[in-house]
Design a protein around this ligand. Structure first.
Ligand code: ADP
Ligand code: MG
Length: 255
């Protein structure tokens, strides 16, 4: 793969039993690019994100991140699934932020953030703690190391989840509706952090219904319908002059 492209999904198919939910997704994401993924509920957005870090196997097709085929080892024409340990190794460089934060409730903010660096990347605890504090400051939560998730608002918990992802120094972060579970007044603080990350040059794929965010921050917007990307282009193209009927219908519902 060339130096410019970080993610390349080629003909990605995914079925659950007889239900084919991804029907041949093709997508390339450049380093430093922010791609927002829009689409109605059930169109396959989460499944596609989960395929990118091999939380799901593929039924067909292939995904590269950097020069690695995700989840599989290629031997001639055949693909062999990696072991859990090998897949976890690949996931080190791919962060994921979920709708429901997924922080460990019995651990402090600091413990949540250093867990990955210490256990997976074998960082020294002192160094991991130092960097965790840096990441907390980066998401606007300086000094909250000793708090427990339940002592924080949803917006703050989501920012901790972002700090936790950043602590692994990923080259790519996948966001799956990171603000959908938040009270409306807390959405802005999380989007502000994400805008900041986008400006810093991080490569991001963001599933979101926040059209304003997509308009302002995305380099490209992709619209998914029924397991396919039916339209992709600049925010202006896709959001202001959509060509596909499904995109038009979706946007008219959202606005
Ligand atoms: P979106 O994120 O766009 O709302 P999803 O990727 O969550 O869509 O789901 C796409 C389709 O795949 C849905 O019909 C959903 O029911 C189905 N699906 C998702 N995960 C599973 C699973 N683990 N087992 C069976 N069906 C699933
Ligand atoms: Mg989803």
């Amino acid at each position: 793969m060339n130096a410019v492209t970080l993610v390349r999904a080629e003909n990605v198919h995914k079925s659950f039993g007889l239900n084919e939910v991804l029907k041949g997704i093709n997508l390339q994401v450049r380093r430093g690019e922010v791609v927002c993924l829009l689409g109605a509920s059930g169109s396959g957005k989460s499944t596609f994100l989960r395929c990118i870090n091999h939380l799901e196997t593929l039924s067909n097709g292939r995904i590269w991140v950097g020069d690695q085929v995700i989840g599989y080892r290629q031997d001639g024409d055949r693909l062999y699934e990696l072991s859990d340990k090998e897949a976890a190794g690949q996931r080190k460089s791919i962060g994921m932020v979920f709708q429901r934060f997924n922080l460990f409730p019995h651990m402090t903010v600091l413990e949540n953030i250093i867990e990955g660096p210490v256990l997976v990347k074998k960082e020294k605890p002192a160094e991991a703690k130092r960097r965790a504090s840096e990441m907390l400051a980066r998401v606007g939560l300086e000094g909250r190391e000793k708090s427990y998730p339940r002592q924080l608002s949803g917006g703050q918990q989501q920012r901790v989840a972002i700090a936790r992802a950043l602590a692994m120094e990923p080259e790519l972060i996948l966001f799956d509706e990171p603000t959908s579970a938040l009270d409306p007044e807390l959405v802005g603080e999380v989007l502000d952090v994400m805008k900041d990350l986008a400006r810093s040059g991080l490569t991001m794929i963001v599933v979101t219904h926040e059209i304003g965010f997509a308009k302002e921050v995305a380099d490209r917007v992709a619209f998914m319908h029924d397991g396919e990307i039916v339209e992709i282009g600049s925010p202006r193209e896709v959001l202001e002059t959509p060509r596909h009927e499904r995109t038009k219908a979706f946007l008219s519902r959202v606005f």
